[in-house]
Design a binder for this molecule. Structure first.
Ligand SMILES: Nc1ncnc2c1ncn2[C@@H]1O[C@H](COP(=O)(O)OP(=O)(O)O)[C@@H](O)[C@H]1O
Ligand SMILES: [Mg+2]
Length: 587
């Protein structure tokens, strides 16, 4: 949705100037190429201004002096001028294209780099699809603004300045009168720019909405079909599509109006100047050549002015895009953590009075949770959904920071560890399984350097081999987008294999076997139990049968640990656990 406060921010000239300066910084590594492009632009501008001199020679040579030599060399000079112009044109197009693509690539790289390092909480607050739009659409606009637009602005400004110099050369008095128009035109262009920027922000935001609705729809074809939600989704899309069209039309309207208005103002001025010039020529204060040249120079200002006004659209779009991209690039990355680097932690875990509230939540998700787990222990966490089980374990890899209390591994607080090193110690199999559009093998290895044998052993233990054996391409079978080509249980086994391969001293299983049938679950349970040897394991499970063997069971409710003990102890206690247990087994 459009954010009004952003639109007003976009109209602050200081901010726009800051953004532009920062964008110019991206040119620095390519200044050689950029300068060459500029040279091309200057050659181009010179060739354009030369037409006024051409007109002067043409007028005087033909009408005043009636010099027959002009019959040959004037046409030749014309070809020469166009040759020069063509050369300048090619150089500027090629060089600026080169610089522009470099900038787009660099910005994309920076946006991506930042996206990877943003904290989890950022993704809770912002739609990933809006980020996607920034990566694809906004960067393109910046590429254009920082090269094409600079180029055109410079080239046309040069042409205009050249033409004005010519005006002064041929008739200073007239030129001075013509220049009175300057401030008025500059003021008009200023207003137009502001409007362009405001509408560009809206268009960019609405592009994000279009991507979002389209992507959500593409990702859920089955849900949409079975709920007959095609029309509902189409309605949603129509909404954002229409909003995008409206925003664009505002820009189109401004674009359409800007040139005629600017041209009318200049034409009125030119008309006045022209009438004085004609009277000068009639009274023989000006030669035919001077009048022609003056006229060509005057008309020669109109075309570049048009281009200059025309380029301010893309230029302002680029600035608006730059503002939104820099906002993302400047977003704080995850803290790197401390300097502690452990080869392999033992796996003692301690939570002390930990409280946590999600930034966009409705009250605390964890209240004063304290918990001690000895290295190698297997702890099960049970409780109703929404009771805070996942939140509890998600604090361990520092996806979120607790608001109060401390968490320690091997006696050191989490923030003492270097973040990467901390995460190296933890393997997580969570309820939302994420597979990438790649082979099963690559999904198990997932960036790790692992031998085929290691991958196969992990695949074996997680029962991945059971179904892989039947696939013609085996482990090299592609899993499709997010693993759509596999069943839920198969995906889950792959994610378990991935965690097994990581071989970390701390293992978190957050409903890791929920998508499996009882038989496979039992097999995997056996494999996992093997794996649990000499590592600390936190198991969150719905099916209580899977946690009975845990050395301790914690029962959570509303962000608190309300019971803790072995299966037998908790049954004897006749509390919440006993009740949950009775419900599951008497159902
Ligand atoms: N990313 C999040 N942002 C805001 N609130 C959340 C987020 N994830 C979970 N919650 C809320 O925190 C509470 C605990 O959730 P969770 O730890 O996922 O429960 P469980 O894993 O026991 O089902 C719930 O009320 C849930 O709505
Ligand atoms: Mg959960």
């Amino acid at each position: 949705m459009p954010r009004p406060e952003r639109a007003s921010k976009g109209s602050m000239p200081d901010d726009a100037w800051q953004t532009y300066k920062r964008l110019i910084g991206y040119l620095r590594p390519h200044r050689g190429m950029f300068a060459l492009g500029m040279l091309g632009a200057i050659v181009f501008a010179i060739s354009m201004v030369s037409f006024t001199a051409f007109a002067k020679v043409f007028g005087d040579g033909t009408f005043e002096n009636r010099d027959p030599r002009t019959i040959v060399w004037l046409p030749l000079a014309l070809i020469g001028l166009f040759l020069l112009r063509g050369l300048g044109d090619f150089t500027q197009t090629y060089c600026m294209g080169y610089v522009g693509r470099q900038i787009v690539k660099r910005l994309r790289g920076q946006v991506f780099e930042r996206m990877v390092h943003l904290p989890v909480s950022y993704f809770d607050r912002n739609s990933s699809n809006v980020l996607l739009t920034k990566l694809t659409y906004n960067t393109e606009q910046i590429g254009q603004a920082s090269t094409d637009s600079i180029l055109i602005t410079l080239r046309e400004a040069l042409t205009i300045i050249g033409s004005i110099v010519m005006l002064f050369y041929f008739n200073a008095r007239l030129a001075a009168i013509a220049l009175i128009m300057g401030p008025l035109v500059a003021w008009l262009i200023g207003i137009i720019n502001k409007k362009f920027r405001r509408y560009s922000h809206r268009i960019q935001d609405s592009m994000g909405d279009i991507t979002r609705v389209a992507k959500e729809t593409l990702e859920a074809p089955r849900v949409i079909k079975v709920y007959n939600a095609e029309n509902y989704q189409a309605g949603q899309f129509e909404g954002v599509n229409e909003h995008n069209r409206r925003s664009h039309m505002r820009l189109v309207l401004t674009k359409g109006l800007s040139n005629p208005v600017v041209q009318m103002v200049t034409a009125t001025g030119s008309a006045i100047v022209l009438s004085i010039a004609i009277s000068d020529a009639i009274n023989e204060r000006m030669s035919m050549g001077d009048l022609l040249a003056f006229f060509v120079a005057l008309v020669g200002i109109a075309q570049p002015l048009r281009a200059l006004v025309g380029v301010s659209g893309p230029l302002q779009q680029g600035i608006a895009a730059g503002q939104s991209i820099f906002q993302l690039i400047d977003e704080a990355a995850e803290p790197e953590g401390g300097s502690l680097v452990a080869e392999r932690v033992r796996g003692d875990i301690e939570y002390r009075d930990v409280s946590f509230t999600y930034p966009v939540g409705k009250g605390a998700a964890l209240h004063d949770v304290s918990l001690k787990v000895a290295a190698g222990e297997v702890i099960a966490i049970v409780g109703r959904s929404g009771s805070g089980k996942s939140t509890l374990v998600n604090l361990l890899p520092r996806f979120y920071e607790p608001d109060a209390g401390t968490i320690r591994i091997d006696g050191h607080e989490l923030h003492e560890y270097q973040l990467q090193n901390l995460r190296e110690q933890i393997a997580v199999v969570s309820q939302d399984i994420v597979l990438f559009n790649d082979t099963i093998r690559a999904n198990i290895a997932f960036g790790r350097k692992a031998s085929d044998e290691q991958i196969e052993r992990a695949a074996q233990a997680a029962l991945v081999m059971d179904f892989v054996r039947e696939l013609p391409a085996g482990l090299d079978t592609m899993v499709g987008d997010r693993g759509v080509l596999l069943s839920g249980g198969q995906r889950q086994r792959i994610s378990i294999a991935r965690a097994l391969l990581k071989n970390a001293p701390i293992l978190i299983l957050d409903e890791a076997t929920s998508a499996l049938d009882t038989e496979s679950e039992r097999f995997i349970q056996a494999a996992l139990e093997q794996l649990m040897h000499n590592r600390t394991t936190l198991v969150i499970a719905h099916r209580l049968s899977t946690v009975e063997k845990a050395s301790r069971i914690l029962v959570m409710e509303a962000g608190r640990i309300i019971e803790s003990g072995t299966h037998a102890e908790l049954i004897a206690k006749q509390g919440q656990y006993a009740m949950l247990h009775a419900m599951q087994f008497n159902a």
